[in-house]
Design a protein around this ligand. Structure first.
Ligand SMILES: NC(=O)c1ccc[n+]([C@@H]2O[C@H](COP(=O)([O-])OP(=O)(O)OC[C@H]3O[C@@H](n4cnc5c(N)ncnc54)[C@H](OP(=O)(O)O)[C@@H]3O)[C@@H](O)[C@H]2O)c1
Length: 315
């Protein structure tokens, strides 16, 4: 059934991918942007409304006029520095929690039935060598700025999943890759690998679950309607150890193999979060979303996805 859908963060990496998919399914799409409508949103949406989501009065007005059935929150807002700059990460965490809270309040006021919010599958407390499902606890007492970010993610989810009268869905994405992400040419990870600044640390056991932008956006289509409210991992089928994906990525961009460091060397040279990701982060399973709605990633493995992104894919 066609729905009225508002996309907040419509100009972001997932939002831009999502707009045409929603239109192709026949939904009425309102792009919510912060600044004067950019042309790509105007072309891909039925209407564009402008509001800073931190301005609750303006947001309420915009959402009430749009009269959505579903509000999709794709405001990540961590910016190109990502979570590695402690002060910026702290500010971003506060903003992220505030934008999600405002969107839920405004969605209720506008009579929306459902809110779908972007979350992350990288926030689980690491546990053994397991790949984790949605019942694993979020690492809200993680060290430093990662703790700030995980707590902000937890509060985004709480706002969305516990609001009376709203069916809340949190989509926990893996490391997002695709055009204009950190993994694309010119992106942070690409430049780090090119500059030999991202090593394999120790045994390289840190696991990353990846999500292609096509799948991040595609999963939204599956949760607009029937699916039970709750949190769902949206990740590919192949969580990868850093000892595996990092050399493969370096090969694909024509760079020398990454250097190897001991954990002690890495701790002396790199920030805590990078070492955590390369050594102890756990992957996530997409079993719940597969079983509940039959979702399948269009890019089941980062191997093919990276090859396509980096120009090695024959098709
Ligand atoms: N799971 C992951 O791995 C993951 C998740 C998120 C991001 N990233 C990476 O980080 C990079 C930077 O991403 P990003 O965090 O900046 O996300 P993004 O998806 O590129 O953009 C965030 C979106 O939220 C909007 N927004 C932010 N604050 C807003 C506000 N107060 N009111 C209304 N709209 C607001 C932005 O609008 P404007 O266009 O006006 O700024 C933009 O549309 C990405 O390219 C990606 O590589 C990775």
């Amino acid at each position: 059934m066609p729905l009225r859908v508002v996309v907040a963060g419509a100009s972001g990496v997932v939002g831009r991918t999502l707009l045409p998919l929603l239109r192709a399914r026949g939904h009425h799409v309102t792009a919510l942007v912060r600044r004067c409508p950019d042309r790509s949103c105007a072309e891909q949406a039925d209407e564009v409304v402008t509001a800073d989501v931190l301005d609750l009065a303006a947001l309420r007005e915009a959402l009430t006029a749009a009269a959505p059935d579903v509000v999709v929150d794709q405001i990540a807002g961590f910016g190109p520095a990502g979570p590695h700059d402690a002060e910026a990460a702290r500010r971003a965490a506060d903003r992220r929690a505030a934008t999600a809270g405002n969107l839920v309040v405004a969605a209720v006021a506008a009579g929306a039935r459902r809110v779908v919010a972007q979350s992350t599958a990288a926030a689980y407390r690491p546990h053994g060598h397991e790949v984790l499902d949605e019942d694993a606890p979020l690492w809200t007492d993680a060290p430093g700025c990662w703790g700030d970010l995980v707590r902000s993610i937890a509060s985004v989810e709480e706002a969305v999943l516990t609001c009376p009268g709203i069916e809340g869905v949190a989509l926990r994405y893996g490391a997002l890759y695709g055009p204009a992400t950190e993994f694309a040419p010119g992106g942070t990870v690409h430049e780090q690998v090119r500059g030999s600044a991202l090593p394999v640390v120790g045994d390289g056991f840190g696991l990353t679950s990846f999500t292609h932008l096509d799948d991040a956006a595609g999963a939204v289509l599956e949760v607009l309607d029937d699916i039970d409210p709750g949190a769902y991992n949206v990740v590919d089928n192949e969580p990868a150890e850093c000892a595996e994906w990092l050399p493969a990525y370096a090969r694909m961009i024509g760079c020398p193999a990454p250097v190897s460091l001991t954990v002690e060397q890495a701790e002396a040279q790199l920030d805590w979060l990078t070492v955590h990701r390369l050594t102890e982060q756990r992957g996530a399973t997409n079993f719940r979303l597969r079983e509940t709605v039959g979702w399948r990633p269009a890019w089941p493995s980062w191997r093919e996805g990276f090859a396509e992104l980096l120009g090695h894919w024959p098709g």
